[in-house]
Design a protein. Structure first.
Length: 277
């Protein structure tokens, strides 16, 4: 059950889109929202703040006041009225700030905005959303476009129907239930890993047997590769949300093998929800 949502914000339009979605989920499920801003300051000021100095430098005080002013402007938004929201600031880099905030506040889900990345930026830098998806132990919901009304009738969850994916599938099913959405489980069939229909259906039924999931459909979709298959199938059912699990590869392994979850997050126009295996 989702009760605590972390929303990282840089006060951009993408971050506001994520906060709007978090607000709608929070109102439906009586959740708390932790609004996190990563305060980027010169290194010497960060060192001074972390040292516990009794008298912070005037520059640090200025940055903090500016941040608090932005928080107040955001919290005055109509769509946040009536919600329990905690404002928090981190002086770490984006990734460590988000991960530490999750641990400190016992967060259940991260909701963040992203505009994605492409070309050389995607290869060598990657978006902050990708980095969080790769690292987070908590589910991450990535929002790409403005969502004044976050209404999801159909949630596509792509899976290989292996036992290791059971916990993520159950979590996706619970989230779909919270949204009152139908869950579409899909196996993407490709030439490189082709399986017959009967073989796939047998694996599907074996995996979901006994699982506490309801209001779902089982689907086989053929495509050139898995990523295109997920995106195209989601388009075919007009899904409001795509769900996928990720192994969160790091370092050289990530560079060589890539991560399907990150690729889908990066290229999908729809919101994407990822779960760590």
């Amino acid at each position: 059950m989702i009760k605590k949502i972390l929303v990282p914000t840089d006060f951009s339009s993408q971050a506001e889109s994520a906060l709007k979605v978090a607000a709608q989920i929070a109102k439906k499920n009586d959740c708390q929202i932790y609004l996190l801003h990563i305060l980027e300051m010169p290194v010497h000021l960060v060192d001074l703040m972390s040292s516990g100095a009794s008298a912070p430098a005037p520059e640090a005080i200025f940055f903090m006041k500016q941040t608090h002013k932005k928080f107040e402007e955001v919290l005055a938004s109509d769509y946040l009225q009536g919600l329990e929201i905690f404002e928090t600031v981190s002086f770490e880099d984006v990734l460590h700030g988000i991960m530490d905030s999750c641990k400190k506040n016992d967060i259940d889900m991260i909701i963040m905005g992203s505009h994605g990345s492409s070309g050389f930026e995607e290869l060598f830098i990657g978006s902050n959303a990708e980095k969080v998806v790769r690292t987070s132990e908590k589910p991450v919901l990535v929002i790409k476009e403005d969502c004044d009304i976050f209404s999801v009738n159909d949630l596509v969850y792509a899976t290989n129907f292996d036992d290791e994916d059971k916990p993520s599938l159950i979590a996706a099913s619970e989230f779909a239930k919270q949204l009152n959405a139908k869950l579409h489980l899909v196996w993407i069939n490709t030439a490189n890993s082709f399986k017959t229909t009967s073989e796939t259906e047998e694996k599907m039924n074996l995996m979901i047997s006994g699982l506490p999931i309801e209001n779902y459909s089982l689907n086989i979709y053929n495509d050139i590769n898995v990523e295109k298959g997920i995106l195209n199938f989601a388009n075919s059912v007009n899904a409001g949300l795509i769900g996928i699990s990720t192994h969160g590869r790091k370092g050289l392994s990530h560079f060589i093998n890539g991560s399907l979850g990150e690729d889908v997050v990066n290229h999908a126009k729809r919101p994407v929800l990822t779960f760590k295996i």
